[in-house]
Design a protein around this ligand. Structure first.
Ligand code: C2E
Ligand code: MG
Ligand code: MG
Ligand code: MG
Length: 276
């Protein structure tokens, strides 16, 4: 406790706090300029058919290379962007860049598969999002069927009705919707019935725990069973080993996404490594 550590303990603590908020502040200032300084990019990770091994889709994952800090993980800067409101600009950048890339691949006659983008729960609360997405599709002349949206369950905590409306609009346009990281956080089976979903992505923690953990094994089988009965496509995230892939092959699931079948990589690297 603070008392046990005495005055110095308390001082150390506040110094550390101050340092941390300074880092936070510096990172925010840097993130504010990241777009215009061209520091953001998208990497793409293949989603692969379990049976045929073909690439059925890709997920676009945001990368930030900050000259002083180096590569900053989205797990760090996305929450910061959400806190500071910068997420709006970032979403817009991601939507636009993904559509530009899809257009580029269309012109090359390569990869006629959907590219998924992650949309922050914060952005889903604003109607503007659907308009932004529609505009980007038009601007780049990209068919809606080539775009997918990944959302997480935390999107439904405060305003579920608004989120459902937005998702329905997107779905009407022809965009498919995936529920990401399923089984963690605020999971509720009732979402599966209420939301206009096409795909369920099972959080990587499940596959990392099987086959040793019996509970994970039971849960992953139950979840894939329910999802299939609801006609959802099932993707297992985080497959890293052949052992895990063999395990997945016995599940009722469609696709895997993980380091084993392809790490997230720049578009040019995808073009080198994957057949069109
Ligand atoms: P996510 O959407 O669940 O993305 C999957 C994460 O798992 C990615 O981390 C990916 O690199 C990582 N991954 C893929 N295969 C494996 C594997 O086999 N093993 C392990 N250990 N990890 C694997 P990443 O790129 O660091 O992104 C982290 C999270 O940041 C994403 O989780 C997503 O929630 C968020 N994020 C990334 N890009 C964006 C974006 O453009 N917009 C928003 N709003 N969020 C984003
Ligand atoms: Mg995702
Ligand atoms: Mg995920
Ligand atoms: Mg995640």
């Amino acid at each position: 406790s603070v008392k046990a550590n005495g005055r110095n303990g308390l001082q150390l603590f506040s110094q550390e706090m101050a340092q941390r908020s300074m880092q936070h502040f510096t990172m925010e200032a840097n993130l504010r300029n990241a777009i215009e300084r061209n520091e953001l990019s998208l990497h793409y990770q293949p989603k692969v058919d379990v049976i045929s091994g073909s690439m059925m889709g890709m997920e676009a994952l945001l990368r930030w290379h900050q000259p002083q800090l180096g590569a900053v993980s989205p797990a760090k800067f996305i929450p910061l962007a959400e806190e500071t409101g910068l997420i709006e600009q970032i979403d817009q950048w991601v939507i636009d860049s993904a559509c530009a890339q899809i257009r580029h691949w269309l012109e090359k006659g390569a990869y006629p598969v959907p590219v998924a983008i992650n949309i922050s729960p914060i952005s889903l609360r604003h109607r503007k999002l659907t308009r932004l997405i529609k505009k980007a599709l038009e601007r780049h002349q990209v068919p809606a069927s080539l775009l997918q949206i990944e959302i997480t369950e935390s999107a439904f905590i405060d305003d579920m009705d608004c989120v459902i409306m937005q998702l329905q609009t997107l779905k009407e346009i022809g965009i498919s919707i995936a529920l990401d990281d399923f089984g963690t956080g605020y999971s509720s089976l009732s979402y599966l019935a209420k939301l206009p979903l096409d795909e369920l992505k099972i959080d990587a923690s499940f596959i990392h725990n099987v086959p040793d953990c019996e509970t994970s094994d039971t849960l992953i089988r139950a979840i894939t069973g329910i999802a299939k009965n609801l006609n959802l496509k099932v993707v297992v995230e985080g497959v890293e080993t052949n052992e895990q892939l063999s395990y997945v092959e016995e599940l009722v699931c469609d696709q895997v996404q993980g380091y084993l079948t392809g790490r997230p990589a720049a578009a040019s690297v995808i073009e080198t490594n994957f057949a069109k």
